[in-house]
Design a protein around this ligand. Structure first.
Ligand SMILES: Cc1ncc(COP(=O)(O)O)c(C=O)c1O
Length: 385
C-alpha cells in the first residue's frame, strides 16, 4: 500500500456536505464547526502590513529560517512571558503556520519502520505527517477521567527502540484541556529516558482562561539538555489564520534538522508578514492580545449556560475557544451532530472527527459572531433531540 493510500478519509466531509445542502435549501445556518476566528486581524497589524508591503525590499525571497528581527522578538517573548531563554539564532525557527512545521517534523527523523506516538483524540496532522514520512503513528488515548492527559505508563509501554517522536498538544484541541508543570516534568523525563523527541503543539498557547493554563513545556524542560520543541502560532493569537506564520522554539539540533528539511521544501514566510509578526510581539503585544482574547469568555459563558440549562455535560476546560461536551445518551457523535443540523440548523463538530476517543462527545467552536452565538444558544435551549 502506498503512503497516500494510508491517509485516513476526511471525516468531516459528510458534515460539510450536509451543511452545504441545508444552506442551498435556504436554512439559516449557525456555524459552530470550524475553529477559524471570525474577527479580522487587529487594525494596527493590517496597517503595518500595508506599509510593509509597499517596501520593495520585502518583495524578494525571504530569510528562510525567519528574519533576525522576528527571531529576536520571539526569543524576547519567550523570556518575558515564560521566563525561558532561547538563542534566536539556533533555537528559534519561523514556520509557514504550525501545520507546516508539524507536517515536516517527522521527515527530520522518521525512517521506514520507525514510529511516532500521537494522541487519540487529536489534530490529525501528527499521524498523517508520520505516514507520509513512511513511519507508523501509534495512538495513545486521552480520556476524560485523566483530564485528557495521557497515561504515562501506557505511553512508556508503547515506546520501543524505533520510537522517534511523541506529539502532544496543550492547550488541547478539541477538549480545551491544559497541562501543568508536574505533567511536563514527568513526560519530559519519560521521553528523555527513551531518547524520543518531545513535540508540543502549542497553537492555542495564548487562548487561555486561567493563568495556570499558560504553562510552556520549555519552562519545565531545558531545551539545552532535552530534545524538546514547542510550536506556537500567530493564527489564533492575532486572528491571522490566513497569513500563515508561526514559530518553533526548542532544542537546537531538532530546530536545525527541521530547518534543513524546510530548506528543501519552501522558501520561508513573505517578509512583510514576518515584519508584522515582529511588530505584533513588540511594545503593544499585551494590549493587542487582550483585545483579541476578550471576545471569547462572554461567548463561552453564553454557550456553556445554554448547554448546561439544556442538560448537557460540559468538560471544564481551561483554554481554547472550544466547548467540549458529551452527546446525550442514545446518540453517536455523528448522529447527534447530524440531528443538530437537521433540526435546528446548528453546525457542531462530532468528537469522533478527532479520533475514536472523541466518540460520545461534540465540539462547539466559539469563533462565530456574537449574534450567531446568541442565536445558536437560543436554538440549543429550545431543542430536545
Ligand atoms: C491543534 C492545532 N494545531 C495546529 C493547528 C494549525 O495552526 P496554524 O494555523 O498555525 O497552521 C491547528 C489549527 O486549527 C490546530 O487546531
Amino acid at each position: 500500500m502506498g503512503r497516500l493510500d494510508k491517509l485516513p478519509p476526511y471525516l468531516f466531509s459528510a458534515i460539510d456536505e450536509a451543511k452545504n445542502k441545508a444552506r442551498a435549501q435556504g436554512v439559516e445556518i449557525v456555524d459552530f464547526g470550524v475553529g477559524d476566528p471570525d474577527l479580522p486581524t487587529p487594525e494596527p497589524l493590517v496597517n503595518r502590513m500595508m506599509e510593509a508591503v509597499a517596501n520593495p525590499e520585502g518583495h524578494q525571497y525571504p530569510a528562510g529560517k525567519g528574519g533576525g528581527d522576528l527571531r529576536r522578538a520571539i526569543a524576547l517573548l519567550m523570556e518575558t512571558r515564560y521566563g525561558v531563554t532561547v538563542d534566536p539564532d539556533t533555537e528559534v525557527l519561523v514556520l509557514i503556520g504550525s501545520k507546516e512545521g508539524l507536517g515536516h517534523l517527522p521527515l527530520t527523523c522518521v525512517e521506514e519502520g520507525d514510529n511516532t506516538l500521537v494522541p487519540d483524540l487529536g489534530y490529525p496532522v501528527y499521524g498523517q505527517a508520520t505516514l507520509l514520512a513512511g513511519g507508523e503513528p501509534r495512538t495513545f488515548p486521552l480520556k476524560a477521567e485523566n483530564a485528557f492527559l495521557p497515561d504515562l505508563d501506557h505511553l512508556a509501554g508503547l515506546m520501543d527502540s524505533r520510537t522517534r517522536m511523541l506529539f502532544l498538544n496543550y492547550p488541547n484541541n478539541p477538549t480545551g484541556a491544559v497541562a501543568g508543570p508536574e505533567f511536563w516534568r514527568k513526560v519530559t523525563d519519560l521521553a528523555a529516558s527513551k531518547d524520543v523527541v518531545l513535540v508540543n503543539d502549542a497553537a492555542y498557547q495564548e487562548v487561555t482562561f486561567t493563568p495556570e493554563a499558560q504553562t510552556s513545556l520549555l519552562q519545565v524542560a531545558d531545551c539545552r539538555v532535552n530534545r524538546v520543541i514547542e510550536l506556537h502560532s500567530f493564527s489564533k493569537m492575532f486572528n491571522m489564520t490566513g497569513w500563515r506564520i508561526a514559530f518553533a522554539v526548542g532544542h537546537a539540533g531538532v530546530i536545525s534538522n527541521l530547518a534543513r528539511v524546510k530548506e528543501s521544501m519552501d522558501s520561508g514566510v513573505f517578509t512583510p508578514v514576518q515584519d508584522v509578526a515582529a511588530f505584533a510581539l513588540g511594545d503593544g503585544f499585551e494590549k493587542l492580545l487582550a483585545g483579541v482574547m476578550a471576545v471569547y469568555p462572554p461567548r463561552r459563558e453564553v454557550i456553556q449556560n445554554a448547554l448546561r440549562e439544556a442538560g448537557y455535560e460540559i468538560y471544564a476546560s481551561g483554554a481554547t475557544f472550544y466547548v467540549w461536551a458529551r452527546v446525550p445518551a442514545g446518540f453517536s457523535s455523528m448522529e447527534f451532530c447530524s440531528r443538530a443540523l437537521q433540526d435546528i440548523g446548528v453546525v457542531i463538530t462530532p468528537g469522533n472527527g478527532f479520533g475514536t476517543g472523541g466518540e460520545g462527545w461534540f465540539r462547539i467552536s466559539l469563533t462565530a459572531s456574537d449574534g450567531d452565538i446568541a442565536e445558536g444558544a437560543k436554538r440549543i435551549l429550545g431543542w430536545r433531540p
